[in-house]
Design a protein around this ligand. Structure first.
Ligand code: BGC
Length: 811
């Protein structure tokens, strides 16, 4: 069942009922100022950091889903309604929400009044703009009232939820004309405040929530709106809000438009006050002055659309498969950008007060956005590497505002260092910019011990070389990619963190997954060393890679698939010998991607085992059989009920690894089958089962053992976005950036047909036609570049050209 449809021409998903199975959200903002917005106008806003600079309040775990947002109420006689349906939930005569790229639109109609909202964050300014157009669709005059509503968060979203003994006394606002200023804590250590304004003379305002709602009402029945009159309250403590009242008369057919602006303003320390107790509003007024008219709004909206159109044009496919076209050209790339901005911080499943930026997560996200914003990817790599320790290990997370490592969680996740190589290699393959390797980068943000980035990569690699266990496989530490496989934790008491409890490292527990990573990214590091002229390092690294490959072949192979790990007793995890959790997806994907087992046929065996043991109609499960009881020696993974999350859920993140691995052995049909199973557009029809947004990937879909098999959770902020884009663009469609230039080597289903890709690479636009007359799954017979035949798969890079036309024929 569907709850809307894709409008590809406008790059929108159109939701036709507010009653979606879960809130279906979108993100506004491109750089520092962001909002989450649901299909019923729920959500919240923050500046740079969802925890520390939260502007509006959101409620988690509330009795109705999706409580609090930026709402508009319309009072038309005795009827009070919202264009996005919530919070009054007054039935609408018609409703539509269009989530677009960086904006959302809502149209609600009730009793002949149409309210159309368009909301977005303009490029370059810390402000969210909403245009509200009210139209009288009837034949009689309408006298209605429009009320805006936001509830301020007292900045630190964590403290805001907990510290009432202080917080209920500190709320402060100012109001001048149509602008409400939220200045809590500005009197002391903050140099910022928020504004909410409208470009028209108002008929009243409210800044006290109790006055607006009444002490015992929710936002669904605000007293002041029912009364039809705001009371011009100036909040002092308690719960400051911002609400404007506009009395609007509409002749039949008439429309009136208002532009609302919700902004963030920072002042220099010595420029904070206009006079004692009165904030300096100069910058706020300058900001608001830019968006006073509908024309200002429309111009900024066009700029936003131009910005996104330009970004998304960097990779464009035309094929006969509308799902692939839509996901590749629009939604998958868009989601990659959202993961760049949010990492794992703020979504409807990540509270914005928990995790900041993950080290491994951010490195992997980079794989999906590096072609879109290479400059910012460069900066991101330096930020991430700056949280590395001198021995090559790394903080597992860091805060986006301070860019400092998060010591609550610390280090000890032994896959982390290798992801830095993955991200840096992707950046250099994309841009050719080797100067980044010579950048001086601190350790633990201490510039006095800085070395080149290349040295950071060396220490990443050597961290694994120096941390091997009894089978010469890498020690796992607190966990590897699978945060929940905690082989050194042995936690027996609730409340202990599986990740942080116990020793950060044991001398025995080893990871075959990290071994696979070491082979794959070790080779990429070796290639960088060669590129930099360090052939001795290249040779040393390749020798270590060979040793690791041998260790995998010897002790990492279980007969029909790769072993997952060895636990603290040196017992196998993910093996036929186990009673539960006999086969895991991760080492099958990673080892085959690394090339292990391709020559001797083990790769094929492993992938056949994946198909036989882990496949479902909704995707490939992470392991089987599910753990039915808590295994002290395995940790969090066994704490989940069977079928959920890391315990036999369909973890979408590593489905593309299997798909890529299939392309490595040339099976295009199967690679694409795996791609399709979790691809949002392909499963739009089962939205009532899948439940999360049909335009983006979710982290997890419940596996076959779960009560709700097929139900997704944790949409938006997942490495699935980057890995899927990598899979479809670089492996299935086969346009892969190498250090020398773009390579063309598709691996598609036999029936996929011919397709064209436009790819902007190092400033050159490549128009690539791929022809598959013989319906093969892999293999390029000829490659013609600007009319000349080229030997091999790589288009030689020539930066002097603006456009290059390529024809590849598969054989
Ligand atoms: C984390 C990843 C981790 C994955 C699997 C996600 O929630 O963000 O870092 O690799 O779970 O455990």
């Amino acid at each position: 069942m569907k709850y809307g449809f894709f409008d590809d021409n406008n790059k929108e998903y159109v939701i036709t009922t507010p009653k979606t199975p879960l809130p279906w959200i979108n993100y506004l903002g491109c750089t520092d100022f962001f909002s989450l917005i649901s299909n019923t106008c729920g959500g919240y806003t923050f500046y740079k950091d969802a925890k520390l600079l939260r502007m509006t309040r959101y409620r988690y775990n509330d009795t109705t889903l999706d409580t609090n947002g930026k709402y508009f109420y319309i009072k038309d006689g005795d009827t009070i309604w919202n264009p996005g349906w919530q919070p009054t939930k007054t039935p609408l005569d018609s409703y539509e929400c269009r989530h677009g790229i960086g904006y959302s639109k809502f149209t609600g109609v009730k009793n002949d009044v149409e309210a159309a909202l368009v909301t977005f964050v303009p490029i370059g300014d810390p402000v969210e703009l909403t245009k509200v157009t009210l139209t009288n669709k009837g034949t009689a005059k309408k006298d209605i009232q429009l009320f805006s509503y936001v509830e301020w968060c007292l900045w630190n979203a964590d403290d805001d939820m907990k510290n009432y003994q202080r917080n209920l006394s500190i709320g402060e606002v100012e109001v001048v004309d149509s602008t409400i200023y939220h200045k809590t804590e500005y009197r002391e250590r903050r140099n910022h405040y928020a504004v909410y304004s409208v470009n028209a003379k108002i008929d009243g305002f409210e800044t006290s929530r109790d006055e607006f709602r009444g002490a015992y009402n929710g936002p669904d029945k605000p007293d002041a709106v029912i009364e039809g009159k705001l009371h011009n309250t100036i909040a002092s403590g308690w719960y400051p809000i911002a609400s404007h009242q506009l009395n609007v008369s509409l002749a039949p057919g008439e429309s009136k438009t208002f532009v609302f602006a919700l902004g963030y303003v920072e002042n220099a320390e010595d420029d904070k006050w206009e006079k004692p107790g009165i904030i300096n509003k100069k910058k706020a007024n300058e900001l608001l002055a830019k968006y006073q008219t509908e024309a200002d709004f429309d111009e900024a909206f066009e700029k936003l659309n131009a910005y996104w159109n330009d970004l998304l044009s960097k990779f464009h496919i035309e094929s006969k498969d509308e799902h692939v076209n839509r996901m590749v050209n629009i939604w998958n790339q868009y989601q990659c950008m959202v993961t760049f901005n949010m990492s794992r911080s703020a979504s409807y499943y990540e509270t914005g007060i928990g995790r900041g930026m993950g080290f491994r997560d951010s490195c992997q996200d980079l794989l999906g956005f590096v072609h879109l914003i290479p400059d910012r990817a460069r900066e991101r790599i330096i930020d991430i590497a700056s949280t590395q320790f001198q021995d090559g290990s790394a903080y597992h997370q860091y805060q986006p505002l301070t860019k400092k490592g998060n010591s609550d969680i610390g280090s000890g996740f032994n896959d982390d260092p290798l992801w830095l190589i993955a991200g840096t290699s992707a950046y250099i393959r994309e841009t050719g910019d080797t100067s980044i390797l010579k950048e001086m980068v601190p350790y633990d943000n201490d510039m006095s011990v800085a070395t080149t980035l290349m040295e950071h990569l060396k220490r990443s690699f050597d961290y694994i070389v120096n941390h091997k266990g009894p089978h010469d496989l890498p020690l796992i530490g607190r966990a590897d990619w699978n945060d929940c496989l905690n082989l050194n934790c042995f936690s027996e008491h609730p409340g202990e963190s599986f990740q942080c409890f116990g020793p950060s490292e044991g001398p025995v527990a080893e990871s075959v997954f990290i071994a696979g990573m070491f082979v794959k990214y070790g080779r990429e590091y070796a290639a960088l060393a060669k590129l930099m002229g360090d052939t001795a390092e290249e040779a040393r690294v390749l020798a270590e890679v060979e040793k690791m490959t041998a260790a995998i072949e010897k002790d990492g192979w279980d007969g029909d698939w790769f072993v997952r790990a060895y636990d603290a007793y040196s017992h196998k995890v993910g093996s036929k010998e186990c009673d539960e959790g006999q086969i895991y997806i991760e080492p099958q994907g990673m080892c085959v991607m690394a090339g292990v087992g391709i020559e001797d046929g083990n790769a094929k065996k492993a992938l056949d085992s994946v198909k036989e043991k882990l496949d479902t109609k909704y995707g490939v499960m992470i392991l089987q059989p599910a753990y039915t009881r808590y295994h002290l020696e395995l940790g969090e993974i066994t704490s989940y009920p069977p079928g959920y999350k890391e315990n036999a859920g369909i973890f979408c993140h590593n489905n593309p690894w299997i798909s890529i691995a299939e392309t490595c052995i040339g099976r295009g049909d199967r690679a694409f089958e795996v791609y399709k199973k979790t691809c949002p557009s392909y499963i739009e029809d089962i939205s009532e089962i899948h439940r999360t947004e049909p335009y983006v990937y979710s982290q997890m879909v419940a596996g076959a053992d779960a009560k709700f098999h097929g139900e997704a959770k944790n949409s938006w902020l997942t490495g699935t976005a980057a890995w899927t884009f990598t899979n479809i663009s670089q492996y299935i469609l086969g346009i892969y950036p190498t250090l020398e230039g773009l390579s063309v080597n598709p691996c598609t289903p036999a029936e996929f047909g011919d397709f064209n890709v436009t790819r902007v690479y190092r400033g050159v636009t490549y128009n690539i036609q791929i022809k598959n007359p013989n319906k093969v799954q892999k293999g390029v017979a000829s490659l013609t570049v600007d009319g000349k035949e080229v030997v091999g798969n790589i288009i030689p890079f020539d930066g002097s050209k603006k456009t290059v036309n390529v024809v590849a024929e598969m054989k």
